[in-house]
Design a protein around this ligand. Structure first.
Ligand SMILES: *Cc1c(COP(=O)(O)O)cnc(C)c1O
Length: 474
């Protein structure tokens, strides 16, 4: 039931005192003719309404959330405490620098720590999300080539396993995209890469481990091929969860990288809320970085890099997300960071090993922080699709893995358990997935009906996409 359908004519809550200044109305012509459709409810009604909605939503605080390529890890509550400290929260971006030295120190420290983790020289916190970071990083690459008068470099090479944002960002920057097919083992096909590079190569975008959960062992050769052709290497570090504190993009031959603080560094995702996609780069790109960088002189000052590409967001990005990420890093410490990665990889491999006798894995052998199942054979034999299994999980209060991605795997389910889940949780989910497989073999019809215990049962997805009902008819 919508809030508009609740309450009674004339019911209201009083939150504002009587107006004690003269009322000044807009001109006659600009006044609305009909009264607004505002809900007429008491404070109690509205409080219950939102509590009811909140109970229907599902998040990491409710249960297992293995959404691959998303790193839905537990977000420690202490992050929220530090982000709520008045010295961080009750500030204004136009305040004089000498009054916000502490906040500037947070930005500087975050830059130092995350540069250490990625093997980069400088980092900006302006971008508000991963895709925004990609856009920013590619602008740096473009500025670099242009500054050298090298204007024929118009192409970005992206493997076909890439996250969809990669080709989209390259296109937004004005590059054309060359998609290269993956090799048999899921990695970059070196021969295809050699064929693709040339005088028109601006750069390569890669995530390693890739979206199949595989670490590309040829990485040094890959980045070398691109460098030798005069291009630069962009590392999509949205999911650094498998490698943080273990290996560094900078050492793998990458020149520029973005991170998703709202994935790997434990700040909440989505819900329309703020994210943070900082971009780090090596010295050759630092002069092009956007916005104001924190420099240490007598105290901290903000300075524009010499040949900055300009602002990509207002002021300094989503600062409180950086505070949360720093809290997380301080809590983990130098030993804790690689430890978290090891556990993320262990958890994914454990789940994969416990499932591979019933579900086909898209690629064999050890995975990194996530693994991809292909339900193509199951669908052929029983009619039960990846979608049906995903819907079946909902009836057990488990969020499904990412579905139908990466695009190169048919009937894909891509699971990323993260390091913050216990063995008991993993065992429970493994048991549920095995029993859903059993149901698929014996009684596939029930899975076509799933879910039946959720607030909303099976949706007509085609109708929802083609004929969306987005407004309330009064
Ligand atoms: C999530 C993700 C992105 C995009 O990040 P947003 O913050 O959603 O824009 C890019 N690349 C990869 C590999 C990702 O997993």
């Amino acid at each position: 039931m919508l809030i508009f359908e609740k309450g009674q004519e004339g019911r209201m809550m009083t939150i504002l005192p009587e107006c004690d200044v003269p009322v000044s109305l807009p001109e006659e012509g600009s006044l609305r003719k009909k009264s607004m459709h505002l809900p007429q409810v008491s404070e109690n009604d509205i409080s219950r309404h939102y509590t009811e909605i909140a109970k229907k939503a599902y998040g990491v605080n409710d249960g297992f959330y293995p959404l691959g390529s998303c790193t839905m890890k537990y977000n420690p509550k202490i992050n929220e405490d530090t982000a709520a400290l008045p010295g961080f929260k009750q500030i204004h971006p136009l305040q004089p620098e000498h009054t916000v030295q502490g906040c500037m120190e947070v930005l500087k420290t975050a830059e130092q720590y995350l540069c250490e983790i990625t093997g980069m020289s400088r980092m900006t916190f302006q971008p508000a999300a991963g895709a925004h970071g990609e856009f920013t990083g590619l602008l740096l690459i473009k500025a670099y080539h242009e500054s050298r008068g090298d204007n024929k470099r118009t192409k970005i090479i992206v493997p076909d396993s890439a996250h969809g944002t990669n080709p989209a960002s390259a296109t937004m920057v004005g590059y054309s995209v060359i998609s290269i097919p993956s090799a048999e083992d899921g990695g970059v096909d070196l021969e295809e890469l050699k064929k693709a590079v040339g005088e028109d190569t601006a750069g390569l975008m890669l995530t390693n481990p890739n979206t199949l959960g595989l670490f590309d062992r040829n990485i040094l050769e890959i980045t070398k091929i691109v460098h030798e052709a005069g291009g630069l290497n962009y590392y999509d570090g949205a999911n650094l969860n498998a490698v943080m504190g273990m290996i560094r993009p900078g050492d793998m031959g990458f020149d520029v990288v973005h991170l998703n603080l709202h994935k790997t560094f434990s700040t909440p995702h989505g819900g329309g809320g703020p994210g943070s996609g900082p971009v780090g780069c090596k010295d050759l790109l630092a002069e092009f970085l956007p916005g104001s960088m924190v420099e240490e002189e007598e105290g901290y000052v903000f300075k524009h890099p010499a040949h900055t590409i300009g602002q990509v967001k207002s002021f300094y990005g989503n600062f409180l997300i950086v505070v949360r990420a720093m809290t997380y890093l301080f809590m983990l410490g130098k030993e804790g960071v690689p430890e978290a990665s090891k556990h993320a990889v262990l958890n994914a491999n454990y789940m994969m090993a416990q499932l591979k006798d019933v579900y086909d894995m898209a690629y064999q052998g050890p995975c990194m922080h996530e693994f991809v199942m292909s339900l193509a054979r199951l669908k052929k034999e029983t009619g039960v699709s990846a979608m049906d299994i995903a819907k079946g999980l909902l009836d057990y209060g488990i969020h499904p893995p990412t579905m139908y991605f990466p695009l190169i795997v048919p009937e894909a389910l891509m699971a990323e358990p993260t390091e913050t889940e216990s063995k008991e949780t993993l065992d429970k989910v493994i048991a549920v997935l095995r029993s859903l497989h059993e149901t698929a073999m014996t009684n596939p019809e029930t899975l076509h009906q799933a879910p039946i215990h959720t607030p909303v049962t099976r949706l007509d997805e085609v109708r929802a996409a083609r004929n969306p009902k987005l407004k309330h008819e009064f």
